[in-house]
Design a protein around this ligand. Structure first.
Ligand SMILES: OB(O)c1ccc2cc[nH]c2c1
Length: 243
């Protein structure tokens, strides 16, 4: 998988060189390419924003730098992947669809994802229109019903959620099977040693006996019950939406 990200803060995305994502890149499972939008702003101040037409607070990102940036980055990607390759262009955007595990799973199979990080009040609407008119596939996604100051933090989260599902990235693929949202439910409670823990307040806290029984069938049933119970309590929306 090739990942491109266009941003005015490329250093914000240096975290993609670390940990799981960084190792996946070093292992050749993915490649990550950061691009500074200001490369395509040609005035002396490398301006990428201007006041909103119609008035209002804040600034809007100008369409010209974005159009040039997309053309250049897509040309670079095609040079690597072949002329037929097409990116999924993802705009983190609070007005987008809320991102979900099923989308992460779907996008983990894509050859090329191009993230576009908005800042200020957002990007001129004609950029989206321009890309769609050129036949590009675009998606606007939000991490949830809250607003960040720009798309970079969302790109870090989206990239981790997607790339960890790319085969070979996570050492033990089994660990992806029983985690929250992998089956539409919340994960069961987890315990490890010591089975009997005296907490700093002096309270004795025992792990559930069943987990020490060695009876894998009963343990699986217990975990399934806890998962259902937890989902009903904490996320009735997920519980009601399950197949
Ligand atoms: O909350 B977000 O995901 C998000 C994404 C992009 C921009 C651009 C300006 N504010 C933003 C917020």
């Amino acid at each position: 998988m090739r990942i491109d990200a266009i941003t005015i803060f490329p250093d914000y995305l240096r975290a993609l060189d670390l940990s799981l994502i960084g190792k996946a890149a070093r292992d050749g499972l993915i490649s990550v390419h950061r691009h500074d939008l200001r490369e395509w702003a040609h005035d002396r101040h490398r301006t990428v924003d201007d006041s909103p037409l119609g008035g209002g607070a804040g600034m809007v990102m100008k369409p010209e730098p974005w159009a040039e940036a997309f053309a250049a980055v897509i040309e670079q990607g095609k040079a690597e992947l072949g002329p037929q390759a097409e990116p999924l262009i993802v705009f983190p955007n609070p007005a987008g669809q809320v991102f979900a595990q099923a989308t992460a799973q779907e996008w983990s199979g894509r050859e090329w994802i191009l993230f576009a990080c908005g800042r200020y009040e957002g990007i001129d609407e004609r950029v989206y229109e321009h890309l769609e008119a050129a036949g590009h596939e675009i998606a606007l996604v939000s991490l949830g019903d809250y607003v960040l100051n720009g798309g970079e933090v969302a790109v870090l989260a989206l990239t981790e959620a997607i790339v960890r599902l790319v085969p070979g990235v996570v050492g033990n693929a089994e660990s992806l099977v029983e985690e929250s949202h992998s089956d539409g439910l919340l994960e069961y409670p987890l315990y490890t040693r010591p089975a009997r823990w005296v907490d700093p307040a002096g309270a004795v806290r025992e792990a559930p006996e069943i987990l020490l029984s060695g009876d894998h069938g009963r343990i699986a049933a217990w975990r399934s019950e806890r998962s259902a119970e937890r989902t009903r309590e904490r996320r009735p929306d997920l519980w009601d939406a399950r197949d």
